[in-house]
Every structure is written in structure tokens, then in C-alpha cells.
Design a protein around this ligand. Structure first.
Ligand SMILES: Cc1cc2nc3c(=O)[nH]c(=O)nc-3n(C[C@H](O)[C@H](O)[C@H](O)COP(=O)(O)OP(=O)(O)OC[C@H]3O[C@@H](n4cnc5c(N)ncnc54)[C@H](O)[C@@H]3O)c2cc1C
Length: 489
């Protein structure tokens, strides 16, 4: 993947990170005739697949052994070209158009709904168009176009109620699945188009520092066999969730205006049999159901993985959980996150607060993640015959999850379970499993323009690093938007 041609010292744009946000940024800039260098610390996408993954591309086997078992606490498969999600089957959101899938208290007893992307880009129509453009690129480069999926339901913006009792918002916007095999095709096509135009993709190289130069450009230190110091007129940071530690340092080094996040998302993943969960996923793959708890904080389902697995990975000295879609080799279980948006106590840094939450839970799990049945969690009498759902996690320890989460998060999880069971009795039985910790939205809150430009002119933050959004298509949209802005510099 690494180019053999000599690298120029000066670039119009240097992109840090080859996940969806960085790839789409480099792609946009290259197609517009800009000289762009994309630096990715990991390998190309095939090289960064889990050694236990089997992927078949155009009939050719990429790896042997078992597929979709990314469950090492020290998993490195979330890095490399393709970024965090494309190394296993994934769901892309909003296939028929963007919805306002989040809800918050309006401060006067009511609620308002919004899309994170709309907030990042300044308005809904721009965000909507951006999603459409990204899908068109995916389709042009090889993703199968899904014609008009089932109609979806969303409670009207700003109005509580929605489709399901007890929830303030229920959003069943359809999403499009993309398997590893399809992602390999699309990502390789993206790379090919970056290269045929004016771009270079350098894998196995890590950006260690960025310095502002007197002429308004940047000097970027790149480590690796062909590394060195490169000059760039603009820099786009697309270092992803796992790049958090490095990005925090960069913010300080360059004096980028930011503040501690005042809200973070904390919670658990619930895993039950796919059969029991079927009513939840009948309307769409990833229903987003939200209610406000007694403190007016939103509690929501997050990343529903129908017939998937839970995975764990190392994150800044903690072990955290996420969900894997197993579209190619479905499991008999469905899992989803239950997250509360928590106000960070005054005087505490939000990132550290979230990481402390994860560490506290890790402690109950002997240094890793922890699982408990719903019955144990809620203090119900033991189920005759013992648990009927087994965890898809390989490494989690049994432990006192309720004790580690504390009474407020326990009440949130119990509230979600109660509502899901009111919607479909038996959806979450006492034998279902809860696992933790899950932490999201932990990035420092960056002061960015609607073009994702920071307070340092010419320095952009996109994708997960933007602190505004997460997700593949959202990340790609922010990458395109930043690249277009960089063109005008
Ligand atoms: C287990 C899991 C499941 C997910 N499932 C979904 C899903 O189904 N659908 C969905 O939309 N989203 C999903 N997400 C979220 C999604 O993966 C991310 O939001 C998205 O990948 C973010 O894209 P990004 O380009 O910002 O960062 P990333 O995809 O994280 O990519 C960042 C890249 O930057 C590189 N990098 C970091 N620092 C440096 C450096 N200093 N120098 C050079 N390179 C560097 C990394 O190696 C990495 O490859 C999931 C995430 C996880 C962890």
C-alpha cells in the first residue's frame, strides 16, 4: 500500500488517519486536484483484519480461520486503512435520509430532537445532502444499491411520544449493511481514486507532531520508514476514537480552542437471544429508542447488533465494549447498548470522568469487562434451571455490575428494560445478560466552524476526532466538508 515514489516535502493537504473520515477527506481533495498525503499508522485494510477473520473477496480467501472474533482486550484491528468499523460487518445509517435521532430536554419540561451531524455542520439540509453524497460514492465504488427499503417511523422533531409507549423518541430509520468483503471493495476503490489523482497513501506511518509555521501552513512529523518532516497548507485530523490520547496532546501543543466535555455517554450492553429480541429489530436493524430519566437526561438504545456479538478492546488503560454486526456469519444473539447522557460534575474533566467510570467497572471485572444476568442486576429471584443466554464475550468476568454502575445508571437500565418489556413482553428476560463498560462522546469539546475548522486556521478535526459525531457515514460527511473548505485556502 505504501507508495514507492519519492514523497514531496510540500503538500496542499495532509490527512492524519485512514478511517472513513480521513479516506473521504483525502478522496475529495485528490479528486479536486489537490496534492494530498494521507498518513495511516496501521496497515492497509486487508493487513489490519483480525488474524482470526476469514474474508472472501471476489472468490478469493483473504484470511483463514474463524470470522468475527475481534475480542482480544488488546485488539489492534480497529486501526489501519478502513478505521474502526470496516474490519468487521457494519451498518451504515440513514439510507433513505437523515433523521433527528437524538433527543434532549429543552429545559422547560419539553424535549427537542436533533441530529449530531446537523449540529456539527450547522443545518439539517446540508447534513442531509452530505449523507446522500457519501452514499452515492459508496454505490459508485461498488456497494450494492438498496432500493427503497421499508418505510420508517420517527416521532416528529420536538414532539414527545413517538411510536412506542414510554419513549420520548423512537426512530426506526433504516440502515444499510456493509460486509467486510464489500468494504474491502469500496475502500480499495477509494484508495485507487485517491492515488490516480494527486494523492499518496502512506500506511505504517504515524504522525507524531504538528507545528504551525510562520507562513500559515504546518510542519508535520511523520514516523516510519519513509517518514520525515512534511509541509502542508492544511491538515485534517481524523485519528478516531483510539487517537484520543494523541489528539489531547496536539490540542495543547497547538493551542486549539476546546473545553472539557460537559456531557458524556455512559452505560452497558444488553445481550439476549435473537429470538427474544426479534420484535425490537422487526421494524429496522437499529431502532433508536430514547426516554428522559428523572434528571431529564436522555437514556437510549445504541448500536443494535442483531445476531451479532459484543466485543471488547483496550481504550486508554481501560477495557470497553462495543457491538459487532455479524452479517456474514450471524450468531443466535442480539446485543445493543443502553447509554445515558450524563452531565459531568462541575470541576471534573469529562474525558477523565468517563474513563474513571470505565476503570471503576473494570475493577469489578478483574481488570476487564464485567457481566451479570438481568435477574442478578435487578435483584430478582434466581431463574429455575439457571441462565439460558451465554455471553458472546470471551474475556468478561462475572461480577457485581449493579454495584459498579451505581444506583442512577442502574435505574436507567431498569427503566429501559421495563419499557422494552412493555413494548414486547419477554423481550428482556431475567436470563438476558448485561455487560459493561460502554463509554462514548469522550473527546474534548472542540470549538469548530461548520467546516470543521478549528481555532487554528487550516487545522480541521473530522470523524470521531471532531468530538461532534460518531459513525461511518457521519465521519465521511465531515471529511468531505473539511476537505472542501481546505481547498479554498
Ligand atoms: C466495535 C465498533 C463497532 C462499530 N460499529 C459501527 C457501525 O456499525 N456503524 C457505524 O456507522 N459506526 C460504527 N462504529 C463507529 C465507527 O467505527 C467510527 O465512528 C468511525 O470509524 C470513525 O471514523 P474516523 O475516520 O473518525 O476514525 P477511525 O475509523 O477510528 O480511524 C482513525 C484512523 O486513524 C489512525 N490514526 C490514529 N492516530 C494516528 C496518527 N497519529 N498517525 C496516523 N494515523 C493515525 C488509526 O490507525 C485509524 O485507522 C463502530 C465502532 C466500533 C469501535
Amino acid at each position: 500500500m505504501t507508495e514507492s515514489v519519492p514523497l514531496a516535502a510540500r503538500w496542499d493537504l495532509l490527512v492524519i488517519g485512514g478511517g472513513p473520515a480521513g479516506l473521504f477527506a483525502a478522496h475529495e481533495a485528490s479528486r479536486a486536484g489537490q496534492r494530498v498525503l494521507l498518513v495511516e499508522a496501521g496497515d492497509d485494510m486487508r493487513g489490519s483484519l483480525c488474524p482470526r477473520v476469514t474474508a472472501v473477496l471476489r472468490g478469493q480467501r483473504v484470511r483463514d480461520v474463524e470470522k468475527f472474533r475481534l475480542q482480544c482486550a488488546h485488539c489492534t484491528c480497529l486501526t489501519g486503512v478502513g478505521g474502526a468499523a470496516f474490519h468487521f460487518d457494519t451498518n451504515l445509517g440513514y439510507i433513505t435520509g437523515l433523521t433527528r435521532s437524538k433527543i434532549e430536554s429543552d429545559g422547560s419540561g419539553g424535549t427537542r430532537s436533533y441530529s449530531g451531524l446537523e449540529r456539527a455542520l450547522g443545518d439539517f439540509d446540508t447534513a442531509q445532502r452530505g449523507i446522500g453524497e457519501v452514499y452515492e460514492t459508496f454505490y459508485r465504488l461498488g456497494l450494492t444499491r438498496v432500493e427503497q427499503p421499508a418505510p420508517h417511523d420517527q416521532s416528529p422533531p420536538g414532539q414527545p411520544g413517538g411510536g412506542l409507549d414510554g419513549f420520548s423518541l423512537s426512530d426506526t430509520a433504516p440502515s444499510q449493511p456493509i460486509t467486510v468483503d464489500e468494504a474491502l471493495v469500496v475502500v480499495e476503490a477509494l484508495i485507487a481514486e485517491i492515488r490516480t489523482e494527486h494523492g499518496v497513501v502512506l500506511t505504517g506511518h504515524r504522525v507524531s507532531a504538528v507545528r504551525k509555521e510562520a507562513d500559515g501552513g504546518f510542519a508535520v512529523s511523520v514516523h516510519g520508514p519513509r517518514g520525515g518532516e512534511f509541509q502542508a497548507r492544511s491538515v485534517i485530523v481524523a485519528a478516531g476514537k483510539l487517537g484520543l490520547g494523541w489528539v489531547r496532546g496536539l490540542l495543547g501543543d497547538l493551542g486549539v480552542r476546546h473545553s472539557s466535555p460537559r456531557k458524556v455517554d455512559l452505560g452497558v450492553r444488553l445481550e439476549t437471544s435473537a429470538q427474544d429480541a426479534a420484535p425490537l429489530t422487526a421494524a429496522c436493524h437499529n431502532p433508536k429508542l430514547t426516554f428522559l430519566n428523572d434528571a431529564a437526561q436522555p437514556v437510549r438504545t445504541f448500536c443494535v447488533c442483531e445476531r451479532g456479538r459484543i466485543m471488547e478492546y483496550e481504550f486508554h488503560g481501560t477495557v470497553v465494549l462495543d457491538g459487532q454486526h455479524c452479517l456474514t456469519t450471524p450468531t443466535a444473539r442480539t446485543n445493543f447498548g443502553i447509554l445515558t447522557t450524563v452531565d459531568v460534575p462541575e470541576g471534573l474533566d469529562g474525558t477523565d470522568f468517563a474513563l474513571d467510570f470505565a476503570r471503576r467497572v473494570n475493577k469489578a471485572g478483574d481488570g476487564g469487562s464485567v457481566v451479570e444476568t438481568v435477574g442478578e442486576f435487578l435483584g430478582l429471584p434466581p431463574v429455575p434451571g439457571g441462565p439460558t443466554v451465554t455471553s458472546s464475550l470471551l474475556g468478561a468476568a462475572r461480577g457485581d455490575l449493579a454495584g459498579a454502575l451505581g444506583p442512577e445508571r442502574v435505574a436507567d437500565v431498569a427503566g429501559m428494560i421495563e419499557r422494552l418489556n412493555a413494548f414486547s413482553p419477554g423481550l428482556v428476560g431475567p436470563h438476558a445478560l448485561l455487560a459493561a463498560p460502554v463509554v462514548e462522546r469522550v473527546y474534548p469539546a472542540l470549538d469548530l466552524s461548520a467546516d470543521l475548522e478549528s481555532s487554528v486556521p487550516g487545522l480541521y478535526f473530522v470523524g470521531d476526532s471532531s468530538s461532534k459525531i460518531i459513525g461511518v457515514t457521519y465521519g465521511a460527511v465531515t471529511g468531505v466538508r473539511a476537505a472542501r473548505s481546505a481547498l479554498t485556502r
